[in-house]
Design a protein around this ligand. Structure first.
Ligand code: SAM
Ligand code: SF4
Length: 350
């Protein structure tokens, strides 16, 4: 059954300064722990919340950062204290040199190298990525029903997803994270079924509130993108009604925990997580930057503050100029993000 609409308006636009020490927090370079690296804005799927029905504009392949460029930016990131590197996109596995990129990033010695993927190419790539040094995978799965999965993803095959999962587990990725974007009326009747994946498996199933970013099927004229949002408080309540009180999990035990609050269903081997960017923005603890596939360092998913690193990369990489770009970028972090973002997650390294 779809969840009933919320009557409380979302509190996302409180832009009053929250903490006078913000400059020592997210806007300080020493706070940055994670760089999300988008290696392409292209994708083999067209998820309803991520891309428009038609007219999606992709960057020219010649404008994408090369493995050398990506390595140079990541090297400086590790130098300034970034511990975790996350390869993402678009869909990172559509890039033919993805294994080489992973190897190069691993050689920089981050404490954590992970990838977010829709999983459809893992049958072929899970083992090579593991061998290249990727330690953890996050997979997107918005429905357990084949027809609905195809409808949400623009033609994705659920059987290929599960084959990818098997290949990932064979390759040694045992603690998968599964991301579900919960959308009112589209898949919110599946939150219990998704959560129950964590009962027998040591996976973390994470419920993500839809974020109105860029052009998608929810940001067209005549559609209020907020209608698609299901607040995570509702999801958590519904899980507690079905499975019993959720047990909080200590954050340090969840690798690369980031913005998720993590719990366990009673008796479960795995975990459930909630990423509540719309109903409970976590800007004041933000510790990440993003590198777009075309060479912009981006301070926030929502607000447009970004710094191009192209002039610091070409004709040869200049580490000092890259360091300056990092420092400039963190200063652009908003105190509270806006309600809408100008570029899609696929363009930003979501
Ligand atoms: N293609 C890969 C995938 O789907 O896992 C990696 C990139 S995708 C942009 C990263 C994550 O962002 C996915 O879990 C996806 O579901 C999520 N995502 C994309 N657009 C979103 C949006 N507008 N709101 C919330 N989550 C979104
Ligand atoms: Fe592709 Fe990931 Fe966006 Fe879906 S969410 S369209 S899989 S980039």
């Amino acid at each position: 059954m779809p969840l009933a609409p919320v009557t409380i308006p979302l509190q996302v636009l409180d832009t009053a300064p929250q903490r006078p020490v913000f400059a020592q927090g997210p806007r300080s370079l020493s706070s940055v722990r994670l760089l999300r690296i988008s290696v392409t804005d292209r994708c083999n799927l067209r998820c309803v919340y991520c891309m428009p029905e038609e007219g999606m504009h992709f960057a020219d392949r010649s404008d994408l950062l090369s493995p050398d460029d990506i390595e140079s930016v990541a090297r400086v990131a590790v130098d300034v204290g970034v511990e975790s590197l996350k390869i993402t996109g678009g869909e990172p596995t559509v890039r033919p040199d993805i294994v080489e990129i992973a190897m190069r990033l691993k050689a920089l010695g981050p404490s954590d190298l992970s990838m977010t993927t829709n999983g459809l190419q893992l049958r072929r790539l899970a083992a090579p990525l593991r061998d290249a040094g990727v330690e953890r995978l996050t997979l997107s799965l918005d429905s357990l029903q084949p027809d609905r999965y195809a409808a949400i993803t623009g033609g994705g095959r659920l059987d290929l997803f599960w084959e990818g999962v098997e290949a990932a587990e064979r390759a040694g990725f045992d603690r998968l994270k599964i991301n579900m974007v919960v959308m009112r009326g589209r898949n919110d009747d599946e939150v219990e079924a998704m959560a129950s994946l964590s009962l027998e498996r040591r996976w973390t199933v994470r419920f993500i509130e839809y974020m109105p970013l860029g052009d998608s099927r929810f940001t067209v004229p005549g559609v209020d993108p907020n209608d698609a949002i299901v607040e995570n408080a509702q999801v958590a309540r519904r899980l507690a009604d079905r499975f019993g009180e959720l047990e909080p999990v200590a954050r340090p035990t969840e690798a690369g925990v980031g913005p998720a609050s993590v719990f366990r269903l009673p008796g479960a081997r795995g975990r459930v997580g909630f990423i509540s960017a719309m109903s409970r923005p976590f800007c004041e603890t933000c510790n990440r930057l993003r590198l777009t596939a075309t060479g912009e360092l981006r301070s926030c998913l929502f607000d447009g503050g970004e710094v191009s690193v192209l002039s610091a990369l070409r004709p040869v990489a200049d580490d000092n100029a890259l360091r300056t770009a990092f420092a400039e970028c963190v200063r652009l972090k908003p105190e509270v993000h806006s309600a809408r973002g100008n570029r899609a997650m696929s363009q930003l390294g979501g």
